[in-house]
Write a protein that binds this ligand. Structure first.
Ligand code: PEP
Length: 251
């Protein structure tokens, strides 16, 4: 099975509307010829609508970085998956380590959100990854397995195939300390094994697993060359046309 490479930019809480529109104006021209790669940008929810409008008819999709799991009702300050779909959103990043570690989001909450995203027709990009102290204690696979089992509990095989997993070692995010291609491949292979154990080989071969953590236009090629690395979730380097396009070209 050949999985299409998927490069997504996580803009986090960066850019204002004018600079976000400038960025996508540059990207859409440069990315038009990148037909063998799936591409998405994930702005703040507030900017999903204008960015989706600016990217309409291009090969760049739009996602966001979080949403609430309830469909509607008295949940002050929250945004539902359906509202995001309504304004052109296609992807939602769930369980990013900044949400798990700063905001205390648990795998149980990620699981509710994963189900809600799938029900609304959004593609969840579910993040998993260990802290440095967990890696040093030899706990990487156990931590990732717990996050994987918790986040995808009750997800059917058909829905699982629609999900994207981002392996993001927390120690590599925003630190400039990228995992080696072999370190990434080892965990990606383990994650594929987890999918096969909970589902079957067919599902395991279908799911795309991105690597995230200090990916840039210089290191992307080697990481993306690994057989179980199906793309990248990119933070800092997705905020500039040249660096994000450099990663897309490496793919
Ligand atoms: C991220 O936050 O998802 C990420 C991978 O960030 P960076 O590329 O900046 O390490």
């Amino acid at each position: 099975m050949t999985r299409r490479i998927f490069i997504a930019g996580n803009w986090k809480m960066n850019l204002n509307l004018a600079s976000a529109l400038d960025l996508v104006a540059g990207l859409k021209e440069e990315a038009a010829s990148a037909t063998r790669v799936d591409i998405a940008v994930c702005p703040s929810s507030l900017y999903v609508q204008p960015i989706a409008a600016a990217l309409k008819g291009t090969n760049i999709g739009v996602g966001t970085q979080n949403a609430y799991f309830e469909r509607e009702g008295a949940f002050t300050g929250e945004i539902s998956m359906a509202m995001l779909c309504d304004v052109g959103c296609q992807y939602v990043i769930l369980g990013h380590s900044e949400r798990r570690n700063i905001l205390g989001e648990s795998s149980e909450q990620v699981n509710l959100k994963t189900h809600a995203a799938l029900a609304a027709g959004l593609t969840p990009i579910v993040c998993v990854g260990e802290l440095l102290k967990e890696r040093e204690a030899g706990q990487t696979e156990n931590v990732v397995r717990r996050q994987f089992d918790g986040s995808f509990s009750g997800v059917s095989a058909e829905d699982m195939k629609k999900c994207v997993i981002a392996y993001e070692p927390v120690w590599a995010i925003g630190t400039g300390k990228v995992a080696t291609p072999d370190q990434a491949e080892e965990v990606h292979l383990a994650i594929r094994g987890m999918i096969e154990k909970n589902y079957d080989k067919n599902v395991a071969e279908a799911v795309r697993i991105q690597y995230g953590g200090s990916v840039n236009d210089k290191n992307a090629k080697e990481i993306l060359a690994k057989p179980n690395v199906d793309g990248a979730l990119v933070g800092g380097a997705s905020l500039k046309v040249e660096s994000f396009m450099g990663i897309i070209r490496s793919a």
